[in-house]
Design a protein around this ligand. Structure first.
Ligand code: IPD
Ligand code: CA
Ligand code: CA
Length: 266
C-alpha cells in the first residue's frame, strides 16, 4: 500500500473507533442543527479532529477541507477532503449505514481515497492507477448491460427543497426501468457500493465535495464512470453526480437529463 494511503487508512480507522464507541450511546450525545435538516453531533467533530491530527502528523504542510471545521490553507498542491461521518442521520438513529470518507487531491487530481464503514469493518481504498479494494480484495463495478435488473442507489435532496420536484421527476424516469432503487443515506458508501458492484449505479443532486471525492476515485479505479449532470467531471463543484459502469452511467444520464431544471443541467 502506498505510504500516503496508509496514513489515510490510519486516520479513517482512528475516526471509526470513535464513531463505534458512541454507537450504542447516541442518546447521550449533544446534537446541533447546522441548518435545515443538517444535524451534527459531538461524534462528527471528535472524529474529524482525530483524522486531522493523523494527517497533520504526517503532512503538516498540506491543506485540509473538512466538513465540520472548513478549510485550513497550507500547501495548495495537496488538499485533503474529509467527511468524518457520512450518514450522520443514520448514525443518530442507530441505522448502521455510515462511513468515514477521506480523499487526497494533488494539484486538483484525486490520488488516494479511503471510505471506512466501522460497523461492518469494511475498508474501501483506492490509489490513482492502482485499482480499488475492499479489505485488500480487488473490487470492480458491475457488468450489467442496460438498466433492466439493476439495483440503483440515490439520495433525496433534503437540504435543497427547491430541487425536490425536479428530483422526483428524475426518480420517475429511472424507476420503471430498473429492478429497484435504494436510498441508503450515506453517499460516500453508495459510491463505494457502485465501485464494488453491490449497486449498479447511483445518481444524486446537491452533494458536497466531501461526500463525493473519495467515492469518485473508487468508482473510476474499479473501472466505472462518474460525472456531473452534463456528463463532464465538475461533480466536486456542482455536487451533482451520476455513477455506474460505462453503460449504466450513460443510461441514467440519458433518462434523467430531460427532467433536469436549467440550473441542474449546467
Ligand atoms: C449526507 C449523506 C446522504 C446524502 C446527503 C449527505 P452527511 O451526508 O451522504 O446520503 O444524501 O446529501 O449530505 O450529512 O450525513 O455527512
Ligand atoms: Ca456526507
Ligand atoms: Ca458528515
Amino acid at each position: 500500500m502506498h505510504p500516503t494511503l496508509n496514513i489515510a487508512v490510519r486516520a479513517a480507522r482512528a475516526a471509526g473507533d470513535i464513531i463505534l464507541r458512541y454507537h450504542n450511546q447516541v442518546d447521550l450525545l449533544t446534537i446541533e442543527n447546522k441548518s435545515i435538516n443538517d444535524l451534527v453531533s459531538e461524534v462528527d467533530k471528535t472524529a474529524e479532529k482525530a483524522i486531522i491530527k493523523e494527517i497533520n502528523k504526517a503532512f503538516p504542510k498540506h491543506s485540509i477541507l473538512a466538513e465540520e471545521s472548513g478549510k485550513t490553507l497550507g500547501d495548495e498542491d495537496f488538499l485533503w477532503i474529509i467527511d468524518p461521518l457520512d450518514g450522520t442521520a443514520n448514525f443518530l438513529h442507530g441505522f448502521p449505514q455510515y462511513a468515514v470518507s477521506i480523499a487526497l487531491l494533488e494539484k486538483g487530481t484525486t490520488t488516494h481515497a479511503v471510505i471506512y464503514d466501522p460497523f461492518k469493518e469494511e475498508l474501501f481504498s483506492a490509489s490513482k492507477g492502482e485499482g480499488a479494494y475492499l479489505n485488500n480484495e480487488r473490487i470492480r463495478v458491475s457488468l450489467s448491460n442496460g438498466l433492466k435488473e439493476t439495483l440503483i442507489g440515490t439520495g433525496f435532496p433534503f437540504r435543497h427543497p427547491q430541487h425536490l420536484e425536479c428530483y422526483l421527476e428524475t426518480f420517475k424516469a429511472i424507476y420503471p426501468h430498473v429492478s429497484d432503487i435504494r436510498r441508503a443515506g450515506a453517499a460516500a458508501l453508495d459510491l463505494a457500493y457502485v465501485a464494488s458492484g453491490r449497486l449498479d449505479g447511483h445518481w444524486e443532486i446537491g452533494l458536497n465535495s466531501w461526500d463525493i471525492a473519495a467515492g469518485a476515485l473508487m468508482v473510476k479505479e474499479a473501472g466505472g464512470f462518474i460525472g456531473d449532470f452534463s456528463g463532464r467531471n465538475k461533480y466536486l463543484e456542482t455536487g451533482n453526480v451520476v455513477a455506474g459502469n460505462s453503460d449504466v452511467y450513460k443510461q441514467i444520464l440519458k433518462k434523467i437529463h430531460p427532467h433536469l431544471s436549467e440550473e441542474l443541467q449546467r
